[in-house]
Design a protein around this ligand. Structure first.
Ligand SMILES: CC(C)(COP(=O)(O)OP(=O)(O)OC[C@H]1O[C@@H](n2cnc3c(N)ncnc32)[C@H](O)[C@@H]1OP(=O)(O)O)[C@@H](O)C(=O)NCCC(=O)NCCS
Length: 213
């Protein structure tokens, strides 16, 4: 039997869920859902990454983002899967400097994510800012935990997650990976548009729980 689609996640007007977050130093970073108009820029973004970064992000050797993955990323909300890009103005042009995909599992109330920042923009706090935004977006879906998996030798991701308060454990699926996880108790303190939209629409199954902690 097919599972009932979760109508909360059939989103219209994707622009409503756009956040502008501030980096250290005050520079604005826009985090928004991927739209069809982003296809070429997103493919270019992945092609421009270093081999190592792309390997870490796609968990294997690939010279570009597979089209099947691009297609999934463009269907926001389908299968409770979501994809965002982070944009900054570079020389006056809106440029994709990072991306993330995340998926929510209503049964476990977990959200799993993967994240990348383009090599030219790493080490400027963008990953930290995106992760914090993802925590809020995940909590707005009803998630109680956010987790990711990465190679045990991915020092940057491990350092970023550790600094952001994630707890580490062995990944059940693959000995080469480590899993990092964070409870989303404090998500109400981090404003994001998804949270506001969800609260307004009365979608917050865990709101009382989150607020109480
Ligand atoms: C992992 C990644 C997302 C980090 O993004 P970022 O924007 O560079 O991270 P930040 O600038 O917010 O750095 C956060 C912390 O991570 C650590 N860090 C970042 N770059 C590091 C490096 N090269 N070496 C060691 N630690 C590093 C630091 O502790 C840093 O905090 P600090 O600047 O206050 O010292 C980015 O390196 C990346 O996209 N890598 C390729 C793809 C990938 O590995 N994705 C993870 C798969 S889930």
């Amino acid at each position: 039997m097919l599972a009932e689609p979760d109508h909360r996640f059939v989103l219209s007007n994707l622009g409503r869920y756009t956040d502008v977050v501030r980096l250290k130093g005050g520079r604005p970073l826009t985090v928004r859902f991927i739209e069809p108009k982003d296809s070429d820029a997103l493919l270019f973004y992945f092609r421009s990454m270093s081999r190592q970064s792309r390997y870490n992000r796609l968990m294997g050797a690939a010279s570009e983002l597979p089209l099947s993955e691009l297609d999934k990323a463009l269907h926001i909300g389908e299968g409770s899967r979501f994809a965002v890009v982070a944009e900054m103005k570079i020389d006056g042009v809106d440029t994709i400097v990072g991306e993330s995909r995340y998926s929510y599992d209503a049964e476990t109330q977990n959200t799993e994510f993967g994240l990348s920042i383009g090599d030219a923009w790493q080490g400027q706090g963008i990953g930290t800012a995106m992760l914090s935004n993802l925590e809020c977006r995940s909590a707005a879906l009803g998630a109680l935990r956010l987790f990711g998996e990465t190679f045990r030798n991915n020092d940057q991701m491990i350092a970023l997650a550790r600094k952001a308060g994630y707890i580490f454990a062995a990944a059940p699926s693959d000995w080469r990976l480590t899993r990092f996880e964070k409870p989303l108790y404090r998500a109400t303190e981090i404003p994001c548009e998804s949270w506001k939209q969800a609260a307004t629409a009365g979608w917050m199954p865990n709101e009382a729980l989150l607020a109480a902690r």
